[in-house]
Design a protein around this ligand. Structure first.
Ligand SMILES: Cc1ncc(COP(=O)(O)O)c(C=O)c1O
Length: 369
């Protein structure tokens, strides 16, 4: 049986190689290597794509989250509500500003922040709610924003995995006060290096974010606050602009592969496929199934040349870096169950139907014994 890679960035590069090389040469010739016209053009295109008024490009998704919390004035002694089932960068941003992450469990069906458990976690110190659109699937933002508005708390969307996803018909990112994206190479919209962005409809937040990413200056040589060097470089702006034009097509291909996986997996009862809730249009950054002995299945698939991933095997509250929070095993049962049972199947736009069938056949034989 032929193998199946988990991700194939070369297949995508082959489609855009000529355009990318021409754009990179143009950056070299312009000698505008940091921010500048290539990044500005991408910011304009990405804000339009996200149906947002403003986009501020930065050098990673982690930086975007950090700047977002700084823009909202979150600081020491404050609390930010988020999920324990995410990439740890979500909580790094909370820690960077000196605040404390307050975890709320996921809804096991959507695998995103459970709105039903949020009110109980709100305290007078809660300064933001930070849902994560995990695996490309939007969190249930409508009830979350209702609760947040009632308490006067801003919502920051971690959309690092969800470029182009829709929640009740709207693009994720600017549904909350600020949305944060990562352009790490394997993301649905991936740079050729590090990259990230914030989107918002609030002009004051956009202006503060622009200042913070560039050493805290709105005017040259006037550093009004402690800022960062979080600027995007022009090569990334140029590549992202080229790739953005193709993003909807690539996301549609991912959705078609997800549908094919679901069809095949109806014949593999030991494997639970993800559901797409009524409010959401997922962009399937990852296609994550659930099964009892996923380590054994992953081993058997690997032996057949089928590569899988784990997102994520250890929830954030059980990471050594957050041991000081004293949140042991059993604190967040839905997140912990998903961490134990999750297996990410190959998912990228250029995947083929026969490859999807190969993965599902592999899973069927791995779980038959
Ligand atoms: C959910 C989530 N949040 C934040 C990040 C951080 O993004 P970056 O790796 O660009 O810093 C990532 C990306 O890995 C992510 O998946």
């Amino acid at each position: 049986m032929p193998g199946v890679p988990f991700l194939d960035l070369k297949a995508q590069y082959a489609q855009i190689q000529d355009e990318v090389q021409a754009a990179l040469a143009e950056v070299c010739e312009s000698c505008r290597f940091v921010l500048g016209p290539f990044v500005e053009a991408f910011e304009a295109d990405f804000s339009a794509y996200c149906e947002a008024e403003h986009c501020v490009a930065v050098n990673s998704g982690t930086s975007a989250l950090h700047v977002a919390l700084r823009c909202l004035g979150v600081g020491p002694g404050d609390e930010v509500i988020t999920v324990p089932m995410t990439f740890v960068a979500t909580t790094w941003a909370i820690s960077y500003v000196g605040a404390t992450p307050v975890f709320v469990d996921i809804d096991p069906a959507t695998r995103t922040l459970d709105p039903g458990q949020v009110v109980a976690a709100i305290t007078p110190r809660t300064k933001a709610i930070l849902p994560v659109h995990l695996y490309g699937q939007p969190a249930d933002l409508a009830p979350l924003i209702r609760i947040a508005d009632a308490h006067g708390i801003p919502v920051v969307e971690d959309a690092a995995q969800a470029h182009g996803a829709r929640c009740q018909g709207r693009r994720v990112g600017a549904i909350g006060r600020i949305g944060c994206f990562s352009f790490y190479p394997g993301k649905n919209l991936g740079a050729y290096g590090e990259g990230g962005a914030l989107v918002t409809n609030d002009p004051a937040i956009a202006a503060t974010a622009r200042s913070l990413r560039d050493h805290g200056q709105r005017e040259r040589y006037c550093h009004e606050t402690v800022g960062y060097n979080y600027r995007m470089d022009a090569f990334q702006g140029a590549v992202l602009g080229i790739k953005l034009k193709r993003l909807d097509g690539w996301n549609a291909a991912r959705r078609a592969h997800a549908a094919a996986y679901r069809r095949h997996l109806t014949d593999v009862p030991a494997v639970g496929a993800p559901i797409e809730p009524h409010y959401a249009e997922s962009v399937y950054h990852l296609f994550v199934v659930e099964l009892d002995d996923r380590d054994d299945a992953a081993r058997q698939l690997a032996a057949a040349g089928i590569h899988t991933g784990l997102h994520y095997p250890v929830p954030v509250h059980l990471q050594p870096a957050y041991a000081h929070l004293g949140l042991g095993e059993g604190s967040f049962p839905a997140a912990e169950a998903l961490a134990r049972r999750c297996l990410s199947l190959p998912m990228f736009p250029e995947l083929t139907d026969p490859q999807v069938a190969t993965v599902c056949d592999g899973l069927a034989s791995a779980t038959a014994t």
